[in-house]
Design a binder for this molecule. Structure first.
Ligand code: THU
Length: 163
């Protein structure tokens, strides 16, 4: 028998310890949460994507009476970024959420969003830093892959080009 232990490095930054562009990105994610269409969950999520060209693209969760037809903030932002700048790598994704008037602690992307994030990371062969935004600090995860251990990245599909 052999045990395999997987570890994820998370760096906690006080708000004033973050580099300026990431601090701004966190603020932008929080502001984006206020644009959520959260009619059913009353849970507002905002995402801000920093691209390699310096552009920032925002998204918020968009819900639907047929619940699965809605989409998370992260995918709204990532898909829009991919549609607007198909040739530009994504450097970072900040996520913030508001519930009952308060900023949620350690909001993290759902499994489907992690899978989409992984695809973006592999597509551009560029790590995507993930910032989980709190009122008093930010947790930074180095890349999408570390949020999805034992991931399926399509490497086994016929004709796949990435590992
Ligand atoms: N949601 C997000 O937008 N991102 C997350 O990381 C977690 C959940 C949304 C989906 C749904 O609109 C609401 O939050 C409640 O699950």
């Amino acid at each position: 028998m052999k045990e395999i232990i997987l570890q994820t490095k998370i760096t906690e930054f006080a708000a004033d310890e973050l580099p300026e562009d990431f601090r701004k990105l966190a603020d932008t994610a929080l502001r984006a949460a206020e644009t959520a269409y959260d009619r059913y969950s009353h849970f507002q999520v905002g995402a801000a994507v920093l691209l390699a060209n310096g552009e920032v693209i925002c998204g918020s969760n968009q819900e639907n009476a047929a619940y699965p037809s809605g989409l998370c903030a992260e995918r709204v932002a990532l898909f829009y970024a991919g549609a607007k700048y198909p040739d530009t790598p994504v450097c970072a994704l900040a996520i913030a959420a508001i519930s009952e008037g308060r900023q949620v602690k350690n909001i993290t992307p759902c499994g489907a969003c992690r899978q989409v994030l992984l695809e973006v990371e592999n597509r551009y062969n560029h790590p995507v830093k993930v910032l989980l935004c709190n009122a008093d600090c930010i947790l930074q995860i180095e890349n999408a892959k570390s949020l999805l251990p034992l991931c399926f990245d399509g490497g086994e599909l016929p004709g796949a080009s990435h590992s």
